[in-house]
Write a protein of this length. Structure first.
Ligand code: NAD
Ligand code: MG
Length: 386
């Protein structure tokens, strides 16, 4: 029986690489449903190639175009956010790859967890916004959450076979992004073109900007906390520019295990699909002749203030990470449309954190309200600054 995979966000960077994994193993995996937000052309092309049971386009205005283009095929066509939330619950679905970007991934992922569909989680914002709630939902339903983020997959791989052996520390590696060596003065004038050019990974625009500002690493600290049940003090960020070590775990006896490899997301995607097994792949191998030096540095939370803000949100807990996530989403899209400077993003996020009411024990409805309020406040601050 082939594993039937529902891909949320199939037209994105993770989504298209997931389809490459499926193509590599037609005997093991099948795309049951493909979904996109806006990119109807690539969704049509993917549907024609992979022949899923259904496709969903989140943007309802694109429905007629999609429907017409697939009229000659026996593929069900749906549109809208509710359809996205329902399709993941269908009986034949064996696994849901959450590869949408941002807060929008939260609700469909929660629905898939409720339907007890194992989650391959790329959409880290889901755990940033509502990690405690998601963990509880997964526990109650007995739904496994398998990491796709390369660092978390590395940690997960290091933990395989360790049973209840105690984790002393998680060493979360960071490439440092394109501005690792930039001074504060240089950071003040960087452009979106520079920020969109990541030295090691080719990814969607939002996570690429988050990587440049190191907000991504702050989010990954939160993600690690919820995925592996460790305290924030047990997670240490290590800047490792070569991006060969994808992360490490230090156990109670002092031993450190690491996972190494090429910077290629297809491996963590495939591992989430195949766990607990490993399956053969044709992806490029790491060549030690070309990586003679592995170096390590401390992260600089003064130059990269977003990382400090993420740590603060992590320590305060409650709805604070949700506030930071929403303000950050507003800022990233503002930066991409030249409405805020690179360093200006941290100012807006910090002000939003001060202005949105803090809730220590938020419910799902509180998160929805917090997200909306934080977006409104961040927009207001942006508009006033301009
Ligand atoms: P991307 O922008 O390339 O793709 C996003 C996908 O989500 C697209 O298919 C888009 O159509 C869909 N989408 C966006 N907004 C939507 C909405 N409102 N409703 C429905 N669908 C929507 O992003 P990406 O780089 O593939 O990243 C996806 C997620 O994976 C992010 O959460 C990111 O942090 C995480 N991630 C990505 C990488 C990577 O290498 N790209 C690595 C680790 C984690
Ligand atoms: Mg990562």
């Amino acid at each position: 029986m082939k594993k039937q995979i529902a891909i949320l966000g199939s037209t994105g960077s993770i989504g298209t690489q997931a389809l490459q994994v499926i193509e590599e193993h037609p005997d093991l995996y099948e795309a049951y449903v493909l979904t996109a937000n806006n990119r109807v052309d690539s969704l049509i092309a993917q549907a024609r190639k992979f022949m899923p049971e259904a496709v969903v386009i989140a943007n309802e205005s694109k429905y007629p175009e999609l429907k017409e283009a697939l009229a000659d095929l026996p593929i069900k066509v749906y549109a809208g956010e509710d359809a996205l939330c329902q399709i993941v619950q269908e009986n034949p679905v064996d696994m849901v790859l959450a590869a949408m970007v941002g807060y929008a991934g939260l609700r469909p992922t929660m629905n898939a967890i409720r339907a007890r569909k194992p989650i391959a989680l790329a959409n880290k914002e889901t755990l940033v916004v509502a990690g405690e709630l998601i963990n509880e939902l997964a526990r109650v339903n007995g739904t496994p959450i398998l990491p796709v983020d390369s660092e978390h997959s590395a940690i997960f791989q290091c933990l395989a076979g360790e049973g209840n052996n105690g984790i002393e520390k998680i060493l979360l590696t960071a490439s440092g992004g394109p501005f690792r060596t930039f001074t504060h003065e240089q950071l003040a004038t960087v452009t979106k073109e520079q920020a969109l050019h990541h030295p090691k990974w080719e990814m969607g625009a939002k996570i690429t900007i988050d990587s440049a500002s190191m907000m991504n690493k702050g989010f990954e600290v939160m993600e690690a906390r919820w995925l592996f049940g460790v305290r924030p003090e047990q997670i240490e960020v290590v800047v490792h520019p070569q991006a060969v070590i994808h992360s490490m775990v230090q156990f109670e006896d002092g031993a450190i295990k690491a996972q190494l490899g090429m910077p290629d997301m297809r491996l963590p995607i495939q591992y989430a699909f195949s766990f607990p097994e490993r399956v053969r792949s044709s992806f490029p191998r790491l060549d030690f002749d070309t990586c003679s030096a592995l170096t390590f540095e401390r992260p600089d939370t003064t130059r990269f203030r977003n990382l400090a803000l993420a740590y603060e949100a992590l320590h305060r807990g409650g709805n604070m990470p949700c506030i930071v996530n929403a303000a950050n989403e507003v800022c990233v899209y503002a930066f991409l449309t030249d409405r805020v400077s690179f360093l200006g993003m941290s100012d807006v996020i910090e002000k939003t954190m001060m202005r949105v009411p803090f809730l220590a024990k938020p419910t799902y409805e509180d998160y929805v309200q917090t997200d909306a309020e934080a977006r409104r406040v961040a927009e207001e601050i942006l508009t006033k600054n301009n």
